[in-house]
Design a protein around this ligand. Structure first.
Ligand SMILES: [Fe+2]
Length: 199
């Protein structure tokens, strides 16, 4: 059974946090602990939001009604990767399945971008990215035999934020609004299975 209640509980906790209008450091610290708690189990994500596609997938799981934060599942098939991109808001990335590799990239105007730090993420790990940091990076599936999946949380509606992808050869930025791959959201609110009496 998909235990969607775990996702609902997580979103409720994040909404309570949002209602306190936290500063970014608090978002990252408390949001990181909440995301680590969600990742302790892998029984709550409906399959349709974990399906690989012809390129990496970005499925919106929830957007706060006031767009204070959003929760997204990213799925990388074998050999798939993102373009080099930035975020323009704080972010949390937590690994649910498989493994991924993130490479920080520094623009050098008119010249090839310079690769920086490489981070590897394994299930249960969470990394935080502040909005003030140089956050251009690309992310790839670190496994060669199966898809990988991570849960991302951002300080806004990330699919609607105007940001940039970068040409690796020239460092030139290009306007980018990512959108999402799903037209429908997980149903958090059907509690019948939880409330049904045991027979
Ligand atoms: Fe990213």
């Amino acid at each position: 059974m998909t235990r969607i209640a775990r996702l609902r509980d997580y979103i409720q906790a994040m909404t309570r946090l949002a209602d306190r209008a936290p500063d970014e450091a608090t978002w990252l610290a408390e949001g990181r602990a909440l995301l680590a708690g969600l990742l302790r189990h892998d029984d709550w994500l409906p399959d349709e939001f974990a399906a690989p596609g012809p390129s990496y997938r970005q499925y919106l799981l929830h957007c706060d009604p006031l767009e204070r934060f959003c929760v997204v599942s990213f799925v990388w098939g074998v050999g798939q990767r993102t373009p080099i991109h930035n975020h323009r808001t704080w972010g949390l990335v937590g690994m649910l399945r498989g493994a991924e590799r993130s490479t920080t990239m520094h623009p050098v105007p008119g010249q090839p971008m310079r690769a920086g730090q490489v981070d590897h993420l394994s299930p249960g790990e969470v990394v935080a990215v502040g909005s003030a940091e140089e956050d251009a990076h690309w992310v790839e599936n670190a496994l060669t035999d199966r898809p990988s999946l991570s849960i991302h949380v951002y300080g806004g509606n990330i699919g609607a934020i105007e940001r940039h992808v970068f040409d690796p050869e020239t460092s030139a930025p290009r306007r980018f609004v990512s959108g999402y791959h799903n037209a429908h959201l997980p149903n958090l609110w059907d509690r019948a299975a939880e409330l049904a009496p045991a027979h």
